[in-house]
Unconditional design. Structure first.
Length: 106
């Protein structure tokens, strides 16, 4: 299952705390990327928060995995998790052969 994980900085977090754990956070993110769990990793352009695309069995597994990130462990960030599914809308265009142009049929 693909899961979008939006980081949210907690109000009590300080820049010094982030600096203290930055290297360990990067190492853990790299490990999860190498395992195929973190598929994509971005920073938002409008603020310094991460956006991750995860591949996990379910939301609970994603929560457990993200809890191993040092910034989560130290109470500096949390994640909003959004489960994703494939967009089914295009299939409606081809629901019956009447909708398929003749040049696209076998």
């Amino acid at each position: 299952m693909k899961i979008l994980a939006l980081e949210h900085e907690l109000p009590n977090a300080t820049a010094e705390q982030f600096q203290q754990h930055a290297r360990a956070e990067a190492r853990r993110a790299w490990d999860l990327h190498q395992q195929g769990i973190i598929r994509e990793l971005y920073f938002r352009d409008d603020r310094n928060e991460a956006v991750l695309v995860l591949e996990c069995d379910d939301l609970e597994t994603a929560r457990q995995i993200l809890a191993t990130l040092p910034l989560v462990e130290h109470g500096l960030i949390t994640f909003e998790l959004i489960p994703l599914k494939a967009y089914p809308g295009l299939a409606r265009l081809f629901a019956s052969s009447e909708n398929v142009p003749a040049e696209n049929t076998l």
